[in-house]
Structures are given as structure tokens and as C-alpha cells.
Write a protein of this length. Structure first.
Length: 366
């Protein structure tokens, strides 16, 4: 009997209606896009983040006090050193060096490792933007293939009138929108500042947090201690807020479209005994029960829902492959995730009209 119902439901697939099928498809696609957006923001917020605080005086007691705050995984005082570099014979670069504790960079290296806390020669760690920031002698940017090998070339930094040789010992993972920067030990930063005729004096703290979710509570605790700290990457917070707003809009549109498609499909299922009464009577005369005849419509609705889900997931999987770099920030450029597919499947099952519409009862009253 199941094969019979399935065969009849396929033969009568046009009764689903284009509008209801398109509404289901659009609803599931928009719902999946919204889920991808929310999951992407959640992943980014789960990563460690950094606060920057200004204080009048930094000592070991203050550092220990801040590090004890729940949610704080690291704290260091920071010294800024303007850096003008000569890389090899022809390449040059300019970016700021930050003197800090080597522990603050733990776990972020893509090449090499951290600098020692004290050494005769300054050891430098670069971020991805700094490693790709070299120019020629006339200040023209070098192509990706022309960038020098910072680890192999002779590298010098200008400290006042003196060129000081430095050793590149590591590179940390790149972050979206980062500016070129290098990192050295606090002792090396103080030496370079003195060489430039500047008295080293730090009033800045970098505070690393477990994740963005800890930021508000940590900021409140710091304020209670008289320390005011701000997010080191305000642009990321703005981008996340915008992404969440877009996701909410797509979620609303997706849910409305999915409910509309489900209602249209349910209406068609409920009216089938009236619109196709002759067929129903013929099947009843052949010995089919009302429930069995209604099962044909339910199978048709189930196949339409499954087809809409398959096409929506295919779209979520394939559309990002055809979008160019200019659409990298779009939610439609996010790849399909397993969680998204599961949520779409659950939404389709919850909205399936076959659970709630019983056309055989209407036929029994006729």
C-alpha cells in the first residue's frame, strides 16, 4: 500500500502548487543563512579577546590583582616602540613594536616561537600583516612573491641614529583587519627606547580574556578597582552586531516564509476531499480507507518538503562557491554547517502540515 500511495503522490505532484513549494524553499534557505550567521558570530565570540587599559602606575601587585579576575587568562604591561626596519639590502618596513610578556603570545604561533624575556640581541615576533608589509627603497609595496624572508634576511631597526640588528624568531596567526605590528620583550623595548633617547615609561595594560562573553563582567570588576578598559578591537564588535542584525532579519523572513508555505500546503491537503471528491469516492469504492487515501496527500506534502529542504541545503552549500571576494562579508558567503542542516531539518519536520491536517475526517462528514 505504501508503494501505491508513493506512486500516486508522485503522479499528482503538481497539486503541491508553485507558491507553497517556493515559500518552503525560500524559508528553509533564509533560515539556514540566518543560522550560519549566528553560528559564525558565536564562534568568533568564543575566541580569546583583548582589553586595553590605561593606568597611572604599573607594578607586580597590580598585574597579579588583574590576573586573578575571573575570565582573565593573561595580563601584561605594554611599551610601544616605533619601528623602521631595513630587511636585507633593499627591502624596508615600518610598523610599531610592542614590548610585552612572551606568555601573552602563547598558542598563537604559525611559525617559530616566542622571544626570550631577556637577551643580548632583540628578538622579534611578527604578525601576518607585518610579515607582508615590506616595501622597496622608494616605498613601493612589494608583491606577495617579492616579500623578503624575514627569518633568513639580515634585519635591522633604526633606534635614534643607530641601527640595531634584530632577530625574527616567530610569526603569529593573522587576524582579520589587523595592522602590521611586531612584538618584543619588555627589556628589549626599554633598551631600544633608551637608544632613541626616550625614557621608557608604560601606562598601558593588555588584558586577555577567555572570550567575548567575559568582557562585560571583567570590565565591571576593573572599574570597581579604578581601572577603565576598552575592547582592543571595536571594529570586530561593530561587525558582529551588524551580522547579528542581518541574521535576525533573515531568520524572521525565513520563519514567515516557512510558515506560509506550510499553511498553503496544509490548506491544499485539507481541501483535497472537496476538490477531488470523485477520485476519493473511486478509491473508496476500490476498498481504500479514508486514512489511506489521505496518506497520498501526506506523502505528496512530505516529498515536496524533502525536495525543498534538499534544494535549500544544496543552495547553502553551492552559493558560497560562486561568490567573489567582494561578497566575503555577506552571510550568503558562509559555508553550510552540520548544525545548520540539522536545524533546517527540525524546522521542516515541525512545520510539516501532515501532523495537524486530517482530510479523512472531512471526507467522513460528507
Amino acid at each position: 500500500m505504501t508503494r501505491f500511495k508513493l506512486r500516486l503522490s508522485i503522479k499528482t505532484w503538481k497539486r503541491v502548487g508553485f507558491l507553497s513549494f517556493f515559500a518552503l524553499l525560500a524559508g528553509l534557505y533564509l533560515l539556514g543563512t540566518a543560522c550560519n550567521g549566528y553560528l559564525a558570530v558565536a564562534d568568533q565570540k568564543a575566541l580569546p579577546c583583548r582589553l586595553v587599559a590605561s593606568v597611572s602606575q604599573i607594578d607586580a601587585a597590580l598585574l597579579m590583582q588583574v590576573e586573578k579576575i575571573e575570565g582573565v587568562t593573561g595580563v601584561t604591561e605594554v611599551l610601544e616602540v616605533p619601528g623602521a626596519f631595513q630587511v636585507g639590502k633593499e627591502a624596508r618596513a615600518e610598523f610599531t613594536l610592542y614590548g610585552l610578556s612572551p606568555d601573552f603570545l602563547e598558542g598563537r604561533f604559525t611559525k617559530g616561537g616566542a622571544f626570550p624575556e631577556s637577551s643580548v640581541m632583540p628578538y622579534v615576533v611578527l604578525n601576518g600583516a607585518a610579515a607582508a608589509s615590506a616595501t622597496d627603497a622608494e616605498g613601493r609595496s612589494l608583491g606577495k612573491d617579492q616579500q623578503p624572508d624575514w627569518f633568513q634576511e639580515n634585519v635591522e631597526i633604526l633606534a635614534g641614529e643607530k641601527a640595531v640588528r634584530v632577530k625574527i624568531c616567530g610569526q603569529i596567526q593573522s587576524e582579520e583587519g589587523e595592522t602590521p605590528a611586531g612584538y618584543i620583550s619588555l627589556s628589549a623595548a626599554k633598551d631600544l627606547l633608551r637608544e632613541s633617547g626616550v625614557q621608557p615609561e608604560s601606562q598601558t595594560l593588555w588584558i586577555r580574556l577567555e572570550n567575548m562573553g567575559r568582557m562585560e563582567s571583567v570590565q565591571k570588576e576593573l572599574e570597581r578597582q579604578g581601572i577603565f578598559a576598552a575592547n582592543a578591537d571595536e571594529t570586530a564588535g561593530i561587525a558582529w552586531e551588524q551580522q547579528e542584525k542581518e541574521s535576525a532579519a533573515y531568520l524572521t523572513a525565513g520563519v514567515l516564509a516557512l510558515l506560509s508555505g506550510s499553511l498553503l500546503l496544509g490548506r491544499q491537503l485539507a481541501l483535497e476531499p472537496l476538490q477531488h471528491a470523485v477520485e476519493w469516492k473511486l478509491l473508496r469504492n476500490l476498498g481504500c480507507s479514508g486514512k489511506q487515501i489521505a496518506g497520498i496527500g501526506r506523502w505528496r506534502a512530505a516529498l515536496a518538503s524533502a525536495a525543498a529542504l534538499a534544494l535549500a541545503l544544496a543552495g547553502l552549500l553551492c552559493v558560497p562557491l560562486f561568490l567573489g571576494p567582494e561578497a566575503a562579508d555577506s552571510l550568503f558567503a558562509l559555508m553550510l554547517r552540520g548544525e545548520t542542516a540539522g536545524i533546517c531539518l527540525l524546522a521542516m519536520l515541525l512545520c510539516f502540515p501532515g501532523w495537524f491536517v486530517h482530510p479523512e475526517r472531512r471526507m467522513a462528514r460528507l
